[in-house]
Design a protein. Structure first.
Length: 137
């Protein structure tokens, strides 16, 4: 399993507090809702190596094939939330599972934990494969 951890600077150069001030100063409460995207948009975001691909499938599914550079954090593992809490909340996470159900649940959990930059691959890894995108084993 390969773990990828990189820093992310906001594209506009704003800090989180600058962004909060620009949005009316809302800094408390639930983080913005995760964005659901298609394969084309996800691939563009994946190409930005500052973003972190988070594969929430099982280790067995991950070993059978995954998006290159992805980090596997199994949503069904008993320590899933603990692993999420160890991640930096100020980075952008590109989350996916096989077909979209588990990644939606993972994004919801991450959102409630205060992660603000979440992107969910709506058709999941199956959609990624079907589109002929790169797969690593």
């Amino acid at each position: 399993m390969m773990l990828v951890a990189t820093a992310l600077q906001p594209a506009s150069g704003q800090t989180n507090s600058d962004a909060a001030a620009a949005s009316g100063g809302k800094t408390e409460g639930k983080a913005p809702a995760p964005r659901k995207v298609d394969v084309t948009k996800f691939e563009k975001l994946w190409q930005d190596k500052h973003n972190i691909v988070l594969d929430v499938r099982t280790p067995k599914e991950f070993a059978a094939g995954h998006i290159p550079g992805a980090t596997n954090v199994d949503i069904s593992a008993p320590d899933f939330e603990q692993k999420l809490r160890a991640l930096s909340k100020d980075k952008t996470y590109l989350v996916h599972c096989a077909s979209g159900g588990r990644s939606a649940r993972a994004c919801d959990k991450m959102n409630r934990l205060g992660f603000e930059h979440l992107v969910d691959l709506a058709p999941g890894f199956k959609g990624w494969e079907k589109a002929g995108k790169p797969v690593e084993k």
